[in-house]
Design a protein around this ligand. Structure first.
Ligand SMILES: *[C@@H]1O[C@H](CO)[C@@H](O)[C@H](O)[C@H]1NC(C)=O
Ligand SMILES: *[C@@H]1O[C@H](CO)[C@@H](O)[C@H](O)[C@H]1NC(C)=O
Ligand SMILES: *[C@@H]1O[C@H](CO)[C@@H](O)[C@H](O)[C@H]1NC(C)=O
Length: 421
């Protein structure tokens, strides 16, 4: 950019305006979102499950959860921050109040944004599982979260004020659905049977989105399904019942479980395309968590703080016996990214009977080397990269699909703020 000349008043004013716009002044692009409303499960729960008797004593309520960033357990299912925490930091909006934490309060608590996500939540209601002879983990589905959303909406003032608030908010709907599939898989239902859940799950997500659009939402981000076949918990569950040909040679993940996740994502994206046509006034953004996670799993060395300045091929040519090991150089994800950082040992360091935090388990020395924190949920390091990918929108599939920001300067600003670049 040419330097601003103090001699030419008109040019100087233009330069000042450009600088202010880039910094988010004058109601510029960075001022686009004032708060966040989010729906989901434990990948997004920042404290709701702590407030319900049935789930209050879960693993995320105890150390070593939270050890990396908060230095205490906050109810987040990670060693540190979740994807939503990084998104909130990047957009410089307030941390949304967990709905159940503020349930005794008035609209003031909720005006700064609300998180309805609940650890263990399903997209579908209990009756869906009961009708298939299955049980549900926790008594919270997307329908509960929608009821909570309407409770909040009523506290936000007149209908006009409500719509104004919705229009300046970022909505995050998902990830949600992983628990629905897990309930079936964990009770030995075939992947073929669990695939029949997909249209129901996608339908439940659709109804939340149409609900928030009716309330006036201007921007809705919809994260897709994670690669189920790369989850240490499912890799452990299926160990022995999948033959060598059932694993993806590049990633080591279970192919038919990843196919289930991709089926979910295809149906989700098709549904979103329909909603975009029906609601052209709302930006509906798909976030590709599947790609974001498999990219790290397949090339762990290409990610991490030091990898960007040290191309991966350098790693391969280094002679460890000849050169002293430089630990900062080795930082980044490990070569075996399918193990849990915190667990009870065994293959993938995951054991249902001794989950992270139970007696006899211990977290790894450096969670930032791992994708999976506890075999089910991601580490803070992985969550940061996922958030980077969501904000960058680099994984958007359809050419006409909107991204979160129209301005590359805004996107760069966001990415810088959370250390993506
Ligand atoms: C969720 O909704 C179901 C069905 O309406 C209800 O039985 C359950 O109590 C709700 N759970 C919570 C935590 O509000
Ligand atoms: C699923 O199958 C395995 C192996 O056949 C068995 O050990 C386990 O008890 C079964 N689980 C359920 C919930 O039926
Ligand atoms: C892009 O900018 C145009 C014009 O300012 C605006 O109408 C539209 O909503 C923006 N879209 C997104 C996704 O930011």
């Amino acid at each position: 950019m040419a330097p601003c000349s103090p001699l030419l008043l008109a040019v100087a004013l233009l330069c000042a305006a450009a600088a202010a716009a880039a910094a988010g002044g004058f109601g510029g692009p960075t001022a686009r979102y004032d708060r966040v409303f989010s729906f989901g499960d434990s990948l997004t729960d920042t404290g709701n499950a702590l407030h319900l008797a049935a789930t209050a004593g879960g693993p995320a309520s105890r150390p070593p959860y939270g050890e990396t960033f908060f230095r205490r357990a906050t109810g987040r299912a990670s060693d540190g921050r979740l994807v939503i925490d990084f998104i909130v930091e990047a957009l410089a909006v307030p941390q949304p109040t967990p709905y159940l934490a503020g349930a005794t309060a008035t609209g003031a608590d909720f005006r700064r944004g609300v998180n309805f996500a609940f650890g263990g939540a399903t997209a579908l209601d209990l009756h869906f599982f009961v009708s298939r002879g299955l049980g549900s983990f926790v008594p919270v589905s997307l329908r509960n979260q929608t009821v909570w959303f309407h409770n909040v909406l009523r506290l936000l003032g007149s209908a006009r004020e409500q719509r104004k608030t919705m229009a300046t908010s970022l909505f995050l709907v998902g990830e949600i659905g992983v628990n629905d599939y897990f309930i079936g898989l964990n009770e030995n239902r075939t992947v073929g049977e669990v695939r029949t859940f997909v249209p129901h799950v996608v339908g439940a997500i659709r109804s939340v989105i149409t609900d928030v659009i009716s309330a006036g939402a201007g921007t809705v981000v919809v994260p897709g399904m994670i690669p189920l076949g790369c989850e240490p918990q499912l890799l452990t569950l299926y160990r022995g019942s999948v033959d060598a040909a059932g694993y993806d040679p590049e990633s080591g993940c279970i192919t038919r479980l990843n196919d289930l996740a991709q089926l979910h994502n295809r149906e989700l994206r098709r549904m979103l395309a329909g909603l975009r046509r029906a609601h052209p006034g709302t930006a509906i953004v798909y976030a590709d968590l599947y790609r974001a996670v498999t990219d790290i799993v397949v090339s762990p060395r290409a990610y991490g703080a030091h990898a960007r300045t040290q191309p991966p091929h350098t790693v391969l040519t280094i002679q460890i016996p000849v050169f002293p090991i430089d630990s900062s150089f080795l930082a980044g994800f490990r070569h075996m990214p399918l193990d849990a950082c915190c667990g009870g040992g065994g293959a993938y360091n995951y054991d249902d009977a001794s989950f992270c935090g139970a007696a006899g388990t211990a977290p790894c020395a450096d969670p930032s080397e791992y994708v999976s924190w506890d075999g089910v949920h991601y580490t803070e390091a992985a969550n940061r990269l996922i958030a980077c990918s969501v904000l960058e929108g680099s994984h958007s599939h359809a050419a006409d699909a909107p991204t979160l920001s129209n301005s590359s300067a805004t996107t760069e600003d966001w990415l810088h703020r959370i250390g993506c670049v």
